[in-house]
Design a protein around this ligand. Structure first.
Ligand code: 0WD
Length: 269
């Protein structure tokens, strides 16, 4: 019997096999979960690139796959209606979504446009709130929601720019949502992952430098792996974490605790 035997849930945010949501999904699947998935709607329905990429990974076991742009309330309503129809109740929702227009993401923050800010905040932060308000209506007792964040939401990480502002808001939303849903018996948590090469992170400036930082300055002197994020994400969504809510669990080889460089770290790198 797996940790997720008999558990059902929704996964938002698999773009391809590098996606963090895919790393977590593989773990959930190995532990017996049943899942429905969403993908970004394809701009040209005759060439369904996003749908194909998702289906290639999950078709063998997905209960359903459907398009969902989190900026669209009708899409969100349709996903939760489908989840209710297929599963009745669900046990977990994985939110692994973020976006900012490239010209605003590349910084500096002082030059971010009003429209870029609104869009980035809506997709990267408000989307969690919009999922939570729908999820609570079909969450089973003990149900929970997990989102993905990054240390750039707590401290300045050069290159992270506008996304850091969005992650701050997201992390605060996790705490307030944990409070709002707590009396209903539901949990809301965040997992703060170290840098992993994905479609989204390739848009973040200085990504390679970020990885070197973890290799040289984290307590474990290495970065983390997608599988480690997968295991910890599954843990937070499982009953093994039934007393944990409003948490931001760092899966970053301890990088977040460092205030200065270790003596063995290279001075030039
Ligand atoms: O180093 C990293 N990769 C880290 C990522 C470190 C710490 C945290 N994270 C976070 C990201 O900020 C994000 O919240 O993890 C989450 C997942 O990111 P990812 O796995 O790195 O990136 P990716 O595989 O690109 O998945 C994010 C997906 C989108 O992918 P693309 O690349 O197509 O934008 O978010 C989805 C989409 O599938 N997405 C949306 N889904 C619905 N509606 C929307 C939208 N409007 N916009 C983006």
């Amino acid at each position: 019997m797996g940790l997720f035997t008999g558990k059902k849930g929704l996964v938002f945010g698999i773009a391809n096999d590098y996606s963090i949501a895919w790393a977590i999904t593989q773990q959930l699947r190995a532990e017996g979960a049943e899942m429905g998935f969403t993908h970004l709607p394809d701009k040209e329905p005759s060439r369904p690139r996003m749908e194909r990429r998702l289906r290639k990974l999950v078709d063998d076991f997905a209960t359903f796959c459907m398009p969902c742009d989190v900026q669209n309330d009708e899409h969100l309503d349709a996903v939760f209606a489908k989840a209710k129809e297929e599963f009745g109740e669900i046990d977990f929702v994985l939110h692994s979504i973020a976006y900012a227009p490239m010209e605003d993401l590349k910084g500096p923050v002082r030059d971010v446009s009003r429209d870029g800010f609104k869009m980035a905040m809506e997709i990267s932060c408000y989307s969690l709130i919009s999922l939570a308000s729908r999820a609570r209506k079909i969450l089973a007792p003990g149900g929970n929601i997990l989102t993905l964040t990054y240390l750039g939401g707590e401290q300045v990480m050069p290159g992270y720019n506008l996304m850091g502002v969005c992650k701050s808001a997201l992390e605060q939303a996790v705490e307030y949502l944990a409070y709002d849903l707590g009396t209903e018996g539901f949990r809301v948590n965040a997992l703060s992952a170290g840098p992993l090469k994905t479609l989204s992170s390739s848009a973040v400036g200085e990504f390679d430098l970020m990885v070197k930082l973890y290799d040289n300055f984290s307590p474990m002197r290495r970065n983390i792996t997608p599988a480690e994020v997968g295991k910890s994400g599954a843990f937070l969504m499982s009953d093994a974490a039934s007393g944990i809510t409003g948490e931001n669990l760092h899966v970053d080889a301890g990088y977040h605790v460092m205030g200065g460089p270790p003596p063995d770290a290279p001075l030039k790198w």
